[in-house]
Design a protein around this ligand. Structure first.
Ligand code: ARG
Length: 471
């Protein structure tokens, strides 16, 4: 099995892994153009992890001698330690992180290093590296989302008594608990976490052994590699195994979705912090000032989160477009997957991290919120419901309450300033108890449906959210 070691092995192990059939060297510009080390160096940990598992499997299967496998593994661990201490010198003479590490290995153990690539190609290697990277990153992103969710729960619990106008079409609609509104974001993020775990399931297939595309004639044992690397299963088709990037697109999509959710939330915070609304005050530590207008306090963190959403959307479209009409199996186009992926994950993690902290800095100005509730028009729907409960159809009741609002606004009165006689002029079914429905707290607590704004329902959903978070 083990061939005689050539005396001139160094001649065969160059910076590249493929020089043999070439008469001419690449020009420097092409080397620079094709090099991915500048960004894929981030995969070094996963590349080494995958190589260690591969070497161990080759050893256990008798494709490498046990001592050879051990030597390769020890040296790979040493390379990892060195990288962690000294970093990676980015130079285009190394085509990518895989070449870089193999080159380091050859410096340590000479010709033996060339055996590591037995039954493997960079095509299945890179597919493996990205899967391993994402297995870690997805868990980290989910943890960061949880931190935001915890901040949301805290705000919801601490402000359970605050009533705010609920909006549709950005027009005041019905009164809701502030906690109810804020908890809506908890559930959006909870759906994102579910999707992340679904994505993790799709990632959980070992591509190693697909080799270049067709598989390998070596008698490898993928079960061993799969167990060593904690995969549940092996890709069912080697051609798909090296050309599939769907799991990356899934992640880019979920990143876009989370950013969309964050941007909606931040947009509301921006609006609420304006002088016009004045619902909230964002902590000074999360705002910046103006270089010209001394009075300004700008919600830059919110704005940047809202703004970065654009790049994350762009990254999704970018990879979808790269993949469009790409023939099977591996094509170098696929190298374009990494920069967009890293960029989206980085942006997402940074945004989540700063956002969970910023949320805790927010103060809610209840006095100002109450000012927006004064005219009691938010009770209109429940006033219509009152008439329905007295026998009118909803359509008729709606019409009558519309007239009531018109009457009060043209007389410049809030609804609680309308006398019972005036109410009766609009509809004889109004009785004294109509004034109960002008109490916003009552209008809130009258809600019965699941997930609604009554205090009981909101407390119930907060409890449910807490139990999800603590699991
Ligand atoms: N840097 C390459 C990538 O990211 C690694 C795989 C190269 N494979 C090849 N056959 N040239 O896709």
């Amino acid at each position: 099995m083990v061939a005689t070691l050539s005396k001139n092995w160094e001649k065969y192990i160059a910076m590249k892994q493929w020089g043999g059939r070439f008469k001419e060297k690449s020009i420097e510009e092409v080397e620079k153009f094709t090099c991915s080390l500048e960004f894929d160096h981030r995969l070094y940990k996963y590349d080494i992890k995958g190589s260690i598992a591969h070497a161990e499997m080759l050893g256990r299967c008798g494709i490498l001698k046990i001592e050879e496998a051990e030597k390769i593994i020890d040296s790979l661990k040493e390379i990892q330690r060195e990288i962690e201490e000294k970093g990676i010198r980015i130079h285009h003479k190394y085509e990518d992180i895989h070449t870089y590490i193999e080159n380091k290995l050859s410096k340590k153990i000479g010709e033996l290093s060339g055996k590591l690539h037995t039954a493997r190609s960079r095509n299945d290697q890179v597919a493996l590296d990205v899967r391993l990277y994402l297995k870690d990153e997805i868990k980290e992103v989910a943890e960061k989302i949880k931190e935001v969710q915890k901040s949301i729960i805290k705000i919801a619990q601490e402000n359970i008594n605050i009533i705010m106008p609920g909006y549709t079409h950005m027009q005041q609609a019905e009164p809701v608990l502030f906690s109810h509104h804020i908890m809506a974001y908890f559930w959006m993020l909870q759906r994102d976490i579910k999707k992340l775990y679904f994505c993790l399931k799709n990632i959980d297939e070992l591509p190693l052994g697909a080799a270049a595309l067709a598989g390998t004639s070596f008698n490898i044992n993928q079960e061993i590699t799969s167990n060593l690397l904690d995969f549940t299963t092996i890709v069912p088709n080697s051609i798909d195994g090296v050309s599939n990037r769907d799991f990356i697109i899934d992640c880019l999509f979920i990143a876009a979705l989370v950013m969309m959710h964050l941007s909606r939330f931040n947009e509301e915070l921006i609006i609420w912090s304006t002088n016009e609304f004045n619902f909230i005050e964002i902590g000074d530590a999360f705002c910046t000032g103006s270089s010209i207008m001394p009075q300004k306090k700008n919600p830059d963190v919110c704005e940047l989160i809202r703004g970065k959403c654009g790049r994350v959307y762009g990254n999704l479209i970018s990879l979808l477009t790269t993949m469009k009409a790409l023939p099977l199996s591996y094509n170098r186009d696929l190298q374009e997957d990494k920069e967009v992926l890293f960029n989206s994950i980085d942006i997402l993690k940074n945004c989540l991290s700063v956002f969970s902290k910023m949320l805790l800095s927010i103060e809610i100005n209840n006095i100002f919120i109450e000012k927006h509730l004064k005219n009691k028009y938010l009770c209109a729907t429940e006033i219509a419901n009152y008439l329905v409960k007295k026998g009118l159809t909803f359509r008729v009741a709606h019409e009558i309450v519309g007239k009531l609002i018109l009457k009060s606004s043209s007389n410049n009165k809030s609804l609680d300033e309308i006398t019972l006689d005036e109410f009766k002029e609009v509809c004889h079914l109004f009785e004294k108890d109509i004034y109960d429905l002008l109490d916003l707290k009552k209008v809130i607590d009258i809600k019965k449906s699941h997930g609604s704004t009554s205090r009981e329902q909101v407390e119930r959903q907060i409890k449910k959210a807490e139990s999800i978070i603590s699991n």
